[in-house]
Design a protein around this ligand. Structure first.
Ligand code: DX5
Ligand code: ZN
Length: 219
């Protein structure tokens, strides 16, 4: 599987969002990561369905992943499904019956499960055969610009090992604190898709050269 860099726009300057998106996509970014935060599941608020569908219309060839950090999901999930993103990713910790949430998503949208830092919850293992994506958090969810928790590397390795052993098909996505210094070790641990926010988008003027460096590491 080809390794991919996904751009999180959480730390981008919202007043220049379209310029940033233009720069990202013009310089080879094919995947965007949207953090959806409710001020309850995580102590921050970010990005709703209206922004996601507007960006999807403007950049139709870019894959959009919706990383839902909300609880409960009930009231809002249909609005995100309507935006028809590439994928919807639920936090395992925010769903009492994760399987029923995964089943609500139409087959045209990929599904994923995100897990907070710490041991892999037992309940994830039974889902692995049906998931498209497992997102391993390498920071506590809620904010961009945090430092990667190095203990999470073992979690990525263990999931990668499990996938190989059981011939599972899901992609491993890693999110939080990824920069040009640590990206190589995350890829070597078994990640297929790395997400970068603060390091990639701040300062905005350096985005093209930073994408080149990331892509060099991924190649
Ligand atoms: C954290 C978010 C991450 C974040 C990544 O809750 O889920 O996606 O935006 O940004 P950096 O790379 O700044 O940690
Ligand atoms: Zn995220």
């Amino acid at each position: 599987m080809k390794k991919q860099l996904s751009a999180s726009i959480l730390s981008a300057n919202p007043l220049f969002l379209n310029e940033t998106l233009n720069t990202l996509t013009a310089n080879g970014i094919t995947r965007l990561h949207f953090d959806v935060m409710d001020g309850h599941f995580v102590p921050n608020i970010a990005f709703g369905p209206h922004l996601i569908s507007s960006i999807k219309n403007q950049y139709p060839n870019t894959e959009i992943d919706c990383h839902l950090m909300i609880y409960p999901n009930d009231a809002i999930i249909n609005a995100f499904i309507k935006t028809m993103p590439h994928s919807i990713i639920f936090h395992i910790e925010s769903c009492e019956n994760i399987l029923s949430w995964l089943k609500k998503v139409p087959k045209t949208i990929k599904t994923g499960v995100a897990i907070k830092p710490g041991a892999i919850p037992q309940s994830l293992y039974t889902l692995l055969p049906i998931l498209d994506i497992v997102l391993i958090m390498t920071v506590e969810p809620g904010f961009g610009g945090q430092k990667l928790i190095p203990e999470q590397i073992e979690i990525i390795q263990s999931l990668h090992h499990n996938r190989t052993k059981n011939h599972h098909k899901f992609s491993i996505m890693v999110d939080g604190g990824i920069n040009r210094q640590n990206a190589k070790s995350i890829i070597e641990s078994g990640a297929d898709i790395i997400i970068s926010g603060a390091d990639l988008t701040q300062p905005a003027e350096k985005i093209p050269e930073k994408i080149r460096t990331f892509h060099h590491i991924l190649s």
